[in-house]
Design a protein around this ligand. Structure first.
Ligand code: MN
Length: 297
């Protein structure tokens, strides 16, 4: 019966404080909690705990604060905002860039939720940074990205967040992309972010410009399904994804990356289309649209 015992112990502790007074050092601790001197950064990704992009990101962010690493055990690319709701989630101790890390048998969004709820419950993150992903997550790719979903989940939990992705190429060096992500992280540390807004950072292979504030392009990558056959003659399909090639909107993340800039796009985790809502109200009749659910009719 651990709960009643725990409750009794807590009562005893409260009684002791009442009788003996506030223990020395308690007040100081409370002041420290109100004004945290430690800036806690949760680092995650969707490529998996052993990905070189995660290690580079951890090294780049370490000077900014206290880094906690919680990442999927395996590659979760393209998993979007999926959650682990029906399977056990196993924690596995790992090391990333010489630091202790926790790998979870979980999706990126679940990694963020579990880290906040359990692993960092005594010191919640001030910032979540996800990446550095292998492959760009600009334009509409952002919707299927596990890297972006981890940042979106953090934003929904009220924690400022950044997703960082690097273009694909041979012998990728994540150092420059991780530095760019850390540069953005330093700005977020200084200025904060509006509620439910997070930043999506996309880095070209060779950066010739600096950071550029962009909007999200409407372009999507193209996906085709290649028909194949296994050695036993059984047909199967293989999804073949390519980045968008069409002309991009000026000022968008896609055009900025093509021009050699690090694109920084603020994304909104709360997606309610406020400006459309009024226009649609006469479809439904105002009273019904706002007050009556189908179950109540
Ligand atoms: Mn990925």
């Amino acid at each position: 019966m651990p709960r009643p015992q725990g409750a009794a112990l807590r009562l005893l502790a409260i009684a002791c404080v009442v009788l003996v007074g506030v223990p020395a050092g308690f007040a100081e601790e409370e002041t420290a909690a109100a004004e945290p001197s430690v800036y806690r950064i949760l680092v995650t990704n969707d490529d998996g705990v052993d990905s070189p992009g995660l290690a580079a990101l951890v090294e780049a962010l370490a000077p900014l604060g206290e880094v906690t690493i919680v990442a999927p055990l395996e590659n979760q690319s393209g998993i979007g905002h999926a959650l682990n709701l029906r399977d056990p989630i196993f924690p596995i101790r790992r090391e990333v860039a010489g630091r202790p890390a926790v790998a979870l048998t979980a999706t990126p969004a679940t990694c963020v939720r579990l880290a906040i709820d359990q692993l960092m419950k005594d010191g919640p993150p001030d910032l979540v940074v996800s990446g550095v992903n292998r492959g760009l997550n600009f334009g509409r790719n952002a919707y299927i990205s596990g890297t972006v979903a981890a940042a979106r989940e953090a934003a929904l939990q009220g924690v400022p967040a950044i997703a960082a992705s690097l273009d694909r190429g041979r012998d990728l060096d994540y150092t420059a992309a991780a530095s760019a992500a850390a540069e953005v992280a330093a700005l977020v540390k200084e200025h904060g972010l509006p509620p439910t807004v997070f930043l999506n950072v996309n880095v070209p292979i060779s950066v010739t410009g600096g950071l550029k504030l962009t909007h999200q392009s409407l372009l999507a990558g193209s996906e085709s399904f290649e028909p194949q056959e296994n050695p036993y003659g059984r047909p199967y399909f293989w999804s073949f994804f390519q980045q968008p090639t069409a002309e991009a909107e000026p000022g968008s993340d896609v055009s900025a990356v093509r021009e050699g800039y690090v694109a920084v796009t603020p994304l909104q985790a709360h997606e309610s289309a406020g400006d459309v809502l009024d226009g649609l109200s006469d479809w439904f009749g105002e009273a019904e649209a706002t007050t009556t659910s189908p179950a109540q009719r």
